[in-house]
Design a protein around this ligand. Structure first.
Ligand code: GTR
Length: 324
């Protein structure tokens, strides 16, 4: 017992030493709770960064939306109040046009297709687009596929969505996507969704298995339909203000640490998807997994027509579709 206590004491002393060795600790935001794959991904990035810089540069992850909802944390990252942010691509849609390409419904045919695009030149190009908006795009994380869930009834076909009210991320593209399916979209911050479903302000929302689980939304919206309309990647960004203060060597270390953390997040993601699916099914969620996606895909034609309007976006989308 004593030995354990002494070991613990030494361990904590070591932690303090390690912590005080950090010359700079970057503040990083995430809306998800501790343990969620994206939170653990950025923590891994921090460990890699410490290693690369002899403990000079560290990252502290403020999980569970401690620094605010995504839209606000993006602004704070642009201002340099927050150094690093792990966010969905969705909330960037209204400010960075290129991010819309990865936020289009059914743009990715599979996870392999998504990885081929993100890990190749198109992925680089979209990350580079952040630098015109006071941000540096560092890396993409996995986020699976988003599907609709609600508190009213099982959705087995597109007609069932008629007139229903769904929360979406604050992006005009997602508002139009829901409208094209015959439903009504209410853009609102993630943190307000649980109570809005509970009080009937909305009928439901849409998200991947781990978010549906960790947010507790499955407790108030037990019908989940695997229509998988979106595969929106997560992105890790750094404030340009923070980036510009770093030496070229440290910039490289940050960039490499972000890239090297991707494989860790992807592995955690795959495990978490399975775990969350099993957990919510066991909790009594009614899952509709046999659903014809064709009418959903066809309904997206006007959404593409409206949002893929500039030549640059048309070209980007064509190249994504042509990627094997
Ligand atoms: C999750 C995503 C979050 C947040 C959330 C939402 O899948 O990881 O960053 O965007 O969705 O719907 O607001």
């Amino acid at each position: 017992m004593l030995r354990t206590a002494t070991a613990a004491l030494f361990a904590s002393a070591a932690l303090v030493t390690a912590a005080t060795a950090c010359e700079t600790t970057f503040k990083s935001a995430d809306t998800h709770p501790d343990g969620y794959p994206t939170v653990e991904g950025v923590k891994a990035m921090g460990r890699i960064l410490e290693e690369k810089t002899g403990g000079r540069l560290c990252i502290e992850v403020f999980h569970s939306a401690q620094l605010g909802e995504e839209k606000d944390t993006i602004e704070q990252t642009q201002f340099g109040v927050i150094d690093i942010n792990r966010v969905s691509m969705g909330p960037f849609n209204n400010i960075i046009e290129a991010t819309q390409a990865f936020s289009l419904p059914y743009i990715f045919r599979s996870l392999d297709h998504e990885h081929a695009v993100l890990d190749g030149p198109i992925g680089e190009e979209v990350l580079a687009a952040f630098s015109d908006h006071d941000l540096m795009g560092l890396a993409y994380y996995d986020s699976g596929a988003r599907s609709f869930y609600n508190s009213v009834k099982p959705i087995t076909k597109i007609e069932d969505l008629q007139g229903m009210k769904f929360r979406v991320i604050q992006s005009d593209l997602f508002v139009d996507m829901v409208a094209a399916l015959g439903a009504n979209a209410t853009p609102m911050p993630y943190g307000e969704v649980y109570s809005s479903i509970q009080t009937g302000v909305i009928d439901g929302a849409e998200n991947n298995w781990p978010s549906y689980d960790s947010s507790g939304h499955y407790e108030v919206a037990k019908y989940y339909t695997l229509d998988q309309h979106l595969m929106v990647p997560e992105v890790v960004v750094m404030s340009k203000a923070t980036w510009d203060k770093l030496s070229p060597e440290d910039q490289q270390a940050v960039q490499e640490a972000a890239r090297e953390s991707v494989a860790i997040e992807r592995e955690l993601w795959a495990a978490s998807e399975k775990e969350s699916e099993e957990k919510v099914r066991a909790a009594g969620v009614e899952v509709v997994s046999e659903i014809d996606k064709t009418p959903f895909i066809e309904a997206m034609v006007p959404v593409y027509e409206k949002h893929v309007s500039s030549d640059a976006l048309k070209d980007l989308v064509a190249r994504i579709q042509a990627t094997e």
